[in-house]
Design a protein around this ligand. Structure first.
Ligand SMILES: Nc1ncnc2c1ncn2[C@@H]1O[C@H](COP(=O)(O)OP(=O)(O)OP(=O)(O)O)[C@@H](O)[C@H]1O
Ligand SMILES: [Mg+2]
Length: 452
C-alpha cells in the first residue's frame, strides 16, 4: 500500500482528504504544519506528499524546497487556490510533480495522485533492480537471477581455478563467449592472454595455420614464420568458437594436440609445448553431430569434460527486468542520459517477445531505445517495431480436424486480436497499430467476435 502525506493548516481539509484517499486505497498520514510534515518526511518511507501552498510560518514552496533536499525524487503535489498560479509555476520549476487548483474534483485529485505515485513506484522498482544487480544476481558482467543462470554461476566458481576443458553450448547470443571470458578472468590465468578463434570463418588450411602457426615457406605466401593461436594463448585460455564447424581431418589433429599439449607449426618439425586452458563453444547439438559422423566421438568426449549449457532468454523471462535495468543503466551512462526507467507497457513487450537473437538482440534493442527515447522513460514507441512477432503465437487449432475454413480463420483472427489487446494493455489504438489495421476496423472486429 502506498503512503501519502497530506499537509494543510486547515484541519477540516486534512480530515476530508484523508478519508477520500484512504477510500482510494492509500495509507494516509496528515500534518497540520510544514514543520510537522518535515519530521514525518525524515522518518517515514513515503510515496507522495500532497501539500497546501498557503500556510502560516512555512509555506508550501519552502516545504517543497526542503523535501527536495532530503528526498529528491519523492513526488510533491501542490494544492493551490485560484489567483496563486504564479506560485504554482514556481513550484513546478522547483521540482513539484504537479499542482491542482482549489477547489478541485475528487476525480482530478485521484488521477494526479495515481500518476505521481505510479511514476515514483517505477523509479523505485528500477533502483531496486539496479541494486539487486550489485549482489548475487551478477557475476562479473553476467546477469541472471533465474535458476539456470544461478547454476551457471556456481559452475564457473567451481571450475575457474582448475585447468578443466569446458564446452559451452547454447543458441546464438546466449552468452557463450561472455562465460568463457568470465572463467578466464576468474582463473589464475587472468594475467595471461585470452585468445579467441572462430572455426567457422576459415578454410581448412588457413584454420590449421591459424591454430598452430606456420614456418617461413611452409606454403605459397608464407613469407615469414607466424605463431598460431595455441602458442599465443600460452599460459592463458584459448577459446575455440563454433567448434562444430571444424573439418573432420583437423579434428584428429586437434585431439592429439589437446592430449599432448604439444604440436608442430605447419611446415615445421620442432615440437612446441604449451600450457593452454581450452574452452570450446558451439550452437550446434554436438551429440547429434557425433551420431551423424560429422564430429568425432573421441574429440567430443575430450571437450565435454564440463558442459555449460546456456538457457535461451525466453526460458528465463524472470531475468528480463534485471537485464533491462542493467543495459538501461549502462547505455544511459554511455550516452550521458539520466536515470532510465521502463513503462509497464514497454516492460510487458520486452517480456513477451521471443528474442530469437537472445541477449545480443535484447541488448541492441535497449541500446537503441535509450538512444531514441525523448525522456527518461522508455515506452513501447521506443522499442523495435517487430518486437511483437505474431507468427510465434500459439493458436489452438487441431490441424487434423480442420474442416471449415472461414471458422478456422475467424478463430485465428480472434486470437490475434486478443493477443494484441493484451500486449497493448487494452489500449485499442495501439492494438490496432500492432495489427496494422485502422482503429475503426478493430472496433468492428471486437464487436464481431464479441471481445470485451
Ligand atoms: N547473462 C548475460 N548478462 C549480460 N549480458 C549478456 C548475458 N549474456 C549475454 N550477454 C551479452 O550479449 C551479447 C552476446 O553474448 P555472446 O557474444 O557471449 O553470445 P554467444 O553465445 O557467444 O553468441 P554467438 O553464438 O552468436 O557467438 C554480448 O554483448 C554479451 O555481453
Ligand atoms: Mg560467440
Amino acid at each position: 500500500m502506498e503512503t501519502v502525506l497530506i499537509v494543510d493548516d486547515e484541519k477540516n481539509y486534512l480530515v476530508v482528504l484523508g478519508a477520500f484517499l484512504s477510500g482510494e486505497g492509500y495509507e494516509t498520514l496528515t500534518a497540520d504544519s510544514a514543520q510537522h510534515a518535515l519530521e514525518i518526511v525524515e522518518t517515514t518511507d513515503l510515496d507522495l506528499v500532497l501539500t497546501d501552498m498557503k500556510m502560516p510560518t512555512m509555506d508550501g514552496i519552502e516545504l517543497l524546497k526542503r523535501i527536495k533536499q532530503k528526498v529528491p525524487d519523492l513526488p510533491v503535489v501542490m494544492m493551490t487556490a485560484y489567483g496563486t498560479v504564479e506560485k504554482a509555476v514556481e513550484a513546478m520549476q522547483l521540482g513539484a510533480f504537479n499542482f491542482i487548483l482549489k477547489p478541485f474534483q475528487n476525480e482530478t485529485l485521484k488521477q494526479v495522485i495515481h500518476k505521481a505515485v505510479s511514476t515514483y513506484g517505477i523509479l523505485k522498482e528500477n533502483r531496486r533492480l539496479v541494486q539487486a544487480l550489485e549482489s548475487r544476481y551478477r557475476f562479473d558482467n553476467i546477469i541472471g537471477k533465474s535458476k539456470p543462470m544461478q547454476a551457471i554461476f556456481d559452475i564457473i566458481l567451481k571450475v575457474a581455478h582448475t585447468k578443466t576443458t569446458i564446452l559451452t553450448t547454447g543458441e546464438s547470443g546466449t552468452g557463450k563467449e561472455l562465460i568463457a571470458k568470465a572463467i578466464h578472468f576468474n582463473s589464475p590465468r587472468r594475467n595471461k592472454p585470452f585468445v579467441a578463434i572462430s572455426c567457422a570463418a576459415l578454410t581448412e588450411t588457413l584454420l590449421e595455420s591459424e591454430l598452430f602457426g606456420h614456418e617461413k615457406g611452409a606454403f605459397t605466401g608464407a613469407t615469414a614464420m607466424k605463431k598460431g593461436r595455441f602458442e599465443r594463448a600460452d599460459g592463458g585460455t584459448l577459446f575455440l568458437d563454433e567448434i562444430g564447424e571444424i573439418p573432420v581431418s583437423l579434428q584428429v589433429k586437434l585431439l592429439r594436440v589437446l592430449e599432448e599439449m604439444s604440436f608442430e607449426r605447419v611446415g615445421g618439425t620442432r615440437t612446441i609445448a604449451v600450457d593452454v586452458r581450452l574452452i570450446a563453444a558451439t550452437n550446434k547439438d554436438l551429440k547429434a553431430e557425433v551420431q551423424q559422423h560429422r564430429f568425432r566421438k573421441d574429440l567430443y568426449f575430450r571437450l565435454n569434460v564440463v558442459h555449460i549449457k546456456l538457457p535461451t532468454l525466453r526460458e528465463r523471462p524472470e531475468d528480463i527486468p534485471l537485464l533491462a535495468a542493467y543495459f538501461g543503466t549502462r547505455f544511459a551512462q554511455e550516452s550521458n542520459k539520466g536515470e532510465i526507467t521502463f513503462s509497464p507497457e514497454a516492460m510487458r513487450f520486452l517480456c513477451n517477445h521471443r528474442w530469437p537473437g537472445n541477449v545480443r538482440e535484447f541488448e541492441n534493442a535497449i541500446e537503441r531505445a535509450v538512444l531514441f527515447s525523448n525522456g527518461q522513460e522508455i515506452t513501447p514507441d521506443d522499442l523495435p517495431k517487430d518486437l511483437v512477432s505474431f507468427t510465434d503465437l500459439e493458436i489452438p487449432i487441431d490441424w487434423q480436424k480442420l474442416s471449415n475454413l472461414p471458422e478456422t480463420l475467424d478463430a485465428i483472427e480472434k486470437k490475434l486480436i486478443q493477443n494484441a489487446l493484451s500486449l497493448s494493455n487494452n489500449v485499442q489504438s495501439r492494438a490496432a497499430n500492432l495489427l496494422g489495421i485502422p482503429r475503426a476496423n478493430l472496433q468492428y472486429r471486437l464487436k464481431k467476435y464479441n471481445i470485451v
